[in-house]
Design a protein around this ligand. Structure first.
Ligand SMILES: NC(=O)c1ccc[n+]([C@@H]2O[C@H](COP(=O)([O-])OP(=O)(O)OC[C@H]3O[C@@H](n4cnc5c(N)ncnc54)[C@H](OP(=O)(O)O)[C@@H]3O)[C@@H](O)[C@H]2O)c1
Length: 328
């Protein structure tokens, strides 16, 4: 039915699922329909707070609901591939939280399954769909700052050192790289594609995860990306594309921007785009548009790029000698 709302199911109603649900509330043509949790009480409480109709005490029951148009899979990193596969095998389009998977092998397994089953899957790299980021990409492609040659981007924040929490738990693939490093890596990939060279140093903390790291990416045409990340340090959280004729900067928080600053031709221009929700609504719109058009991937964040970003993470980690227990 063309006029029917796009109905979402949430798999794993935790912290980030709250932000996603808040974003959805800004979209009148979308509905938060069902919640699936290991705990019925958790599903019920989440549904009551965010206005969902159905609740399930298992993920299997959630993905089997014929009224769900797409699933948002929002458990910690190590569960992303198994949850995505569960959705795909049930024929359900799925938006998978970042990082898409913990390594390239897992990400390929999911993408291969989606392509074979002809089911839509996308990484929830929400920043890419926010209007200011879309505009930045367009301005760079149009040559507004000449030829882009360098990127500086960083995302680090100082979290309290809780060895049990997912950020510092090696068993849950904690650490800065997969939690926040993927944002500047994805930003670099959006402009320069997959790097040819990777050089990197990390400070591995007492729980065995990367607490802070610096990464230099060398791209085929000589472009360079300078990236820093961490979960024990507040960085500036900015991104700048430096070109031969100027630069475009996304001030903090570059991963959820409302404003960009262009410095070109000897003058500074600021462009602002305000949005109705909290920013998470745009990835939901991208999913619905693709699913309704019968596509299995997003043109703005194709499967091949998702795999390549995780491959870059693997290359970075191999330089640190960092393996997660789930990889044994
Ligand atoms: N896009 C963003 O801005 C953003 C921001 C923060 C986090 N994230 C991503 O979102 C994902 C979830 O992060 P979060 O902080 O929301 O996680 P969380 O609140 O700790 O957990 C989310 C849900 O996952 C399930 N879960 C949690 N720990 C589990 C465990 N040890 N074993 C099995 N299931 C477990 C629970 O679902 P049940 O209720 O079913 O038990 C929980 O409600 C991460 O991969 C993270 O990278 C994205």
């Amino acid at each position: 039915m063309p006029n029917q709302k796009f109905r979402w199911g949430i798999l794993g109603p935790g912290s980030i699922a709250r932000s996603f649900a808040t974003g959805l509330a800004a979209l009148p043509e979308h509905e938060l329909y069902a919640i699936g949790s290991r705990s019925k009480e958790r599903a019920d409480a989440f549904a009551a707070q965010y206005g969902a109709t159905k609740t399930y005490d298992s993920y299997e029951a959630l993905v089997a609901d014929p009224n769900v148009d797409a699933i948002y899979a929002s458990r910690p990193h190590t569960f992303h591939s198994e949850d995505a596969l569960l959705c795909i095998r049930a024929g359900k389009p799925v938006l998978v939280e970042k990082p898409f998977a913990v390594n390239e092998r897992q990400s390929r397994e999911v993408i291969d399954a989606a392509r074979e089953a002809k089911v839509f899957v996308m990484e929830a790299m929400w920043s890419r769909f926010i209007p200011i980021t879309v505009l930045l990409r367009k301005l760079v492609a149009e040559g507004r700052i000449g030829e882009p040659r360098m990127i500086q981007a960083d995302f680090g924040f100082r979290a309290g050192l809780n060895p049990e929490g997912r950020l510092f738990n090696l068993a849950l693939a904690g650490g800065g790289l997969l939690d926040v490093g993927v944002y500047p890596l994805s930003f670099s990939s959006m402009i320069f594609g997959e790097p040819a060279q990777v050089a990197s140093i990390a400070d591995i903390g007492s729980t065995g995860v990367d607490e802070q790291a610096g990464v230099v990416l060398g791209h085929k045409g000589g472009q360079i990306s300078l990236i820093s990340t961490g979960v024990r340090i507040n960085t500036l959280q900015e991104a700048v594309v430096l070109g031969t004729e100027g630069n475009i900067r996304l001030p903090a928080k570059f991963w959820n921007p409302r404003k960009l600053v262009i410095n070109a031709g000897g003058k500074e221009e600021i462009i602002e785009i305000q949005v109705a929700g909290n920013g998470y609504e745009f990835e939901a719109l991208e999913v619905a548009a693709n699913v309704r058009a019968g596509r299995i991937e997003s043109e703005s964040l194709p499967h091949s790029e998702t795999v390549s970003i995780i491959r870059t993470c693997d290359r970075i980690r191999s330089q640190w000698g960092l393996k997660y227990p789930v990889e044994d």
